[in-house]
Design a protein around this ligand. Structure first.
Ligand SMILES: NC(=O)c1ccc[n+]([C@@H]2O[C@H](COP(=O)([O-])OP(=O)(O)OC[C@H]3O[C@@H](n4cnc5c(N)ncnc54)[C@H](O)[C@@H]3O)[C@@H](O)[C@H]2O)c1
Length: 428
């Protein structure tokens, strides 16, 4: 089977594929979503599900049983029940628990020799980042953060354009995670704090940088020829959470008066070793529609996601005028998405979560476990995206001073070749 055929078959078809035995730890919102995606993928056995809540765990087990006819083992009832999951004969584990569980669970999963996929962010502090790196170096167990926006169809087409030189040499990126999560995620609809809200009381940082940075790392060859050098961050005052509670629940609600540490908008600037810059916005507590505002600019042109437009010198029809991105999406469609869009009997993978992006991401992760290949996103990139939390917190505390960014590749970024989205990554 040649490389391309391999890729197509493992993404799109079920015939004769070795079965991947998968466990899911954390069966809340996202864990259930990942389970649904995994149940749609070919040749996967959900061997176990685990959640602190018995109700969540058995609901997930019921979903798996209904879809596959086989009820997975259920682990529940204590904060350490997940350790039992790692004793099973498994190929892979997906972790979708609250943030503070990610690093300890991922480290144990690596020690148990499983393919480990961890929801975002994979770590919350520098110490957790280094601990994960050292565990990975010792065990060699493949581990990736499940940053789905790295796999988005438009972002991968842009990556293809960049690799073919359309935008020239890369210079600058802008990215954001603008997503009002105060009214449904940091707090529930009744205004009760969920686990995520606790971080807003304790930290002032870019708390959720990975969705913004997902595609940016491969666009700019970060950790593969370039690396983050310094980061500086500024935070605005924290007004949004108080305002929301005043508006929704009245001025006497305790959260309408509580002092929140987390500023509403955090703006970070990364300077790379090779002279590129990246602006990253955290923006999750003010009322607004969802937005990522990706913009990537090179010496020959730029792509602007919010405008869905490009401008490319010597190619765009009118001098210094935008042209639509849509034809470029077709012309530069990434092979992963070509494979995903092939019609399949009885299934439409594009209909899945986040427009099919989650299906692609999970299938690539499962295929890595199936064929014992490297994960589609590596640990260096996973740690780099996540370490922005700690670096931005440090810089904000120092009045916006640039802070040195950790180099998780230990200098290997100079010689490493780009890997993300290349056939050899998944095709063997
Ligand atoms: N990639 C994405 O698009 C995306 C979208 C939503 C959430 N997320 C991420 O997914 C993760 C989970 O978020 P969520 O919205 O599903 O939260 P959630 O609260 O709905 O789910 C978390 C689940 O973990 C369980 N849990 C807590 N401690 C546990 C333990 N020790 N052992 C086993 N289970 C435990 C909880 O009972 C809960 O069911 C977060 O990291 C979040 O940032 C990612």
């Amino acid at each position: 089977m040649d490389r391309r055929m391999f890729l197509m078959s493992s993404l799109a078809a079920a015939a004769d594929l070795p079965v991947v035995r998968l466990a899911i730890i954390g069966a809340g919102n996202r864990g259930t979503g990942l389970l649904r995606v995994a149940l749609r993928a070919p040749a996967v056995e959900i061997a176990a599900v685990c959640d602190l809540s018995e109700e969540a765990a058995s609901r997930a087990a019921g979903m798996a049983a209904a879809a596959s006819g086989k009820r997975p083992r259920v682990f529940s009832g204590s904060e350490s029940a997940w350790r039992g999951v790692l004793e099973l004969e498994l190929d892979a584990v997906l972790i979708a628990t609250p943030w503070h569980w990610h690093a300890p669970m991922a480290a144990e999963a690596m020690r148990a020799g499983k393919y480990t996929g961890v929801e975002v962010p994979i770590a919350l502090t520098y110490e957790e980042c280094w601990m994960l790196l050292e565990t990975w170096e010792k065990t060699g167990a493949p581990c990736m953060m499940m940053e789905n926006w790295s796999f988005r169809r438009d972002n991968l087409a842009v990556l293809n354009m960049i690799r073919r030189g359309l935008l020239g040499r890369m210079v600058h990126c802008h990215c954001a995670h603008s997503h009002d999560c105060v009214d449904h995620w940091f707090f529930d609809r009744e205004g009760r704090m969920r686990w995520g809200g606790e971080f807003l009381a304790r930290r002032n940082a870019d708390q959720y940088p990975t969705h913004s940075l997902g595609p940016v790392l491969s666009w700019l060859d970060i950790n593969c020829g370039d690396a983050f050098d310094t980061l500086s961050s500024h935070a605005t005052a924290s007004l949004g959470i108080n305002e929301y509670f005043r508006r929704r629940f009245g001025p006497d609600h305790p959260y309408a008066r509580q002092e929140w540490k987390q500023g509403d908008i955090v703006t970070s600037v990364v300077q790379t070793k090779m002279g590129k810059t990246i602006v990253i916005n955290y923006d999750m507590q003010l009322p607004r529609p969802y937005d990522n505002r990706w913009m990537v600019q090179g010496t020959r042109g730029l792509y602007d996601e919010a405008r869905s437009s490009v401008y490319i010198v010597d190619r765009s029809p009118k001098y210094h005028e935008w042209e639509p991105f849509a034809p470029y999406q077709e012309e530069f469609e990434h092979p992963w998405w070509k494979a995903m869009r092939q019609p399949q009997p009885g299934a439409d993978p594009i209909a899945g979560g986040h427009g099919g992006t989650d299906d692609l991401e999970v299938r690539l992760f499962l295929d890595a476990a199936r064929w014992k290949k490297p994960t589609p996103l590596d640990l260096y990139d996973s740690l780099t995206m996540s370490a922005v939390i700690a670096a931005s917190e440090e810089s904000i505390a120092k009045g916006g001073a640039p802070v040195a960014f950790p180099d998780f590749t230990r200098g290997r970024w100079r010689a490493r070749k780009p890997y993300f989205g290349l056939d050899s990554q998944t095709g063997g």
